[in-house]
Design a protein around this ligand. Sequence first.
Ligand code: URA
Length: 493
Amino acid sequence: MIAVRLETLNDFSEWRGKARQLLLAGVRPEQVAWLGPAEENGLFEAGDSMLPTGGGPVGSVPPGFIELGQLAICNSQPERWALLYRFLWRLVQDRALMNSASDPDLQRLVGMASAVRRDSHKMKAFVRFRAISDDSGLERFAAWFEPDHFVLERTAPFFERRFAGMIWAIITPYRSAFWDGEELVFGAGGRKGDVPADDAVEVDWKTYFASIFNPARLKVGAMKGEMPVKYWRNLPEAELIAPLIRGAREAEREMIERIASQPPARHLRREANATPAAELGEERQIASLEQARAAVQECRRCPLFEFATQAVFGEGPEAADVMFVGEQPGDQEDLAGQPFIGPAGKVLDAAIEKVGIDRTQVYVTNAVKHFKFEPRGKRRIHQKPNGSEVEACRFWLNLERAFVRPKVIVALGATAASSLLGKAVTISRLRGAPITMDDGTTLFVTNHPSFLLRIPERERQEEERAKFEADLVLVRDAIAQMRGGSQLTPPHS
Ligand code: URA
């Protein structure tokens, strides 16, 4: 038996280096005892230089294994290293194992990886910073968190991006992360007492928590978006929970009584047969555009709420004749809470103005209300929402349509068009002519303005811009016709 000690709990590259040496020397999985940094076991340990060497090339492993291993190694189950080695041993002989969903080793590793992902999401949701006072005059923040798995290293970059302008530390029992505004470094773990228990920031968190309070988050369970009871003891807002539940129930009863005495919105009446009963019940509880705007901040219909700063609802007059629907908020929109204020919004505003549509009379919104992105370094790179996210968010778009009741809707890009038409569409086939929707609203489909921004050649960009503006001229004329006159504002040349 060879005892192999790892210096880290969750560093996949350290484990991989040692596993590679063992594989090269043909050491079978049952001949290895993997030891973590502080484990004792009385066996003779092989230091790095003493690990067996020799044998032929290991061969390559499918990239999926690396990804799986990087997650599974963060699981706190002590057998993770041995399990990974046994699977690797088998995988180099049979690469197809990676796709064998019924393989028990693979199933266990996938289970371990999922637990790590979930724990990382929980950490993003439940870490609470508190202010630390000292004589330096610098404001610093610290948070205590007890993860189930070793997820600090893979989750800390999220906090780096979110709180880039703060100096903070996150202390966990096994490791700590420090961000000084420029560099993220990791150090030894700590104790709960290392983080101050009470200060002004706590009061802010309580206010914040009361404002975002949603009783659904308090159910005990493992579903996304819920707040498991085990986290309560570290949350300063925990003491507010009971009164908030009572308050929320009263408010809910009042709302149901009030809404029960009101007729449903026109749009909901019309679509009553097509709307699932549960959904209709939920829609009926939202009696105005303003209520919808507040309620969307509690939306947990798809996982996107977890990472976005906030939901970005539509903007514009409630009685607008025309509604523009984009895809989803971008980076700037996510931070500001307003649709189309970034680069794509500037292209849209310029085109609207140029063709002579009155921008102040336009309602602008998106098919999906939360920003979907992939972190890359310090940047957040836009990710296209998938079908189920678009489907989940159609609830909010339908509410906006019901309350604003625009005569004309403009779908900017394929995501908006497919949300509005309920099927996959091709812009080039639909643009240039009005489409009558089921409820009689006139729909125009055109490209998304960010498409223009992505065209590198100037000439083609101008061509596409002209086509985009031509589509908006059709919109302008349709509005004018519906108002019973010719166009209201002459286009700028
Ligand atoms: N792109 C969109 O589709 N919507 C916005 O709000 C911003 C960019």
